[in-house]
Unconditional design. Sequence first.
Length: 219
Amino acid sequence: MTKFYFIRHGKTQWNLEGRYQGAHGDSSLLDESFEDIKHLSAFLRNIEFTKVYSSPLKRARITAETLIEDLKQEIPIVICDELREFDLGIMEGEKFKDMESKYPELILAFRNSPKDYHHEIVDGESFDEVISRTNRLIKDIAKDSDGSENYIVVSHGAALVAMIKSLIGEKLADLRKDGGLSNTSVTTVQTKNFGETFELLDWNNTSFLNKKKDPTDTI
């Protein structure tokens, strides 16, 4: 079987401030995130990985590069534009609370009811667009696998939720039913048939971080 270990990037300054980062906004990882990545590497150390796939955005790429270094494995890294976060248009860089005040129904839909999210209001990207680009990539990787490989995929909170839940067959309306993903979390999915179907093994695992979650850790 082929396994994918989906990892949300380490926590950033904008995460701490409660700002939307999206596909164009970006901010630096917090110092504490590098310690979290060390804990992550210890959790994954006994697994042999074939490749690491990462979003090109700085917060994800640095998470991926740091993880490879901490794992002490010679793992090739592939930067994939398909793994970018949602393009959130005019919301990028804005604080959550300000957008909730200005677009209450839109933000409620984005976080809880994807089928009702009208991306055009903020000149952003739709759930269907994100699902299409991310699923195509993961299915292609699975199809080309030898059927027994392990891959790390480093991406972003909102994109990962849409990607993973759609891969395992969840309907658009139900993508957010289990909430979001935390910084430096691991979600594990496997396929036994080269990407024809996928099975969720572990969701939003942060047990290895040995710290209490903060509300700003999860989106």
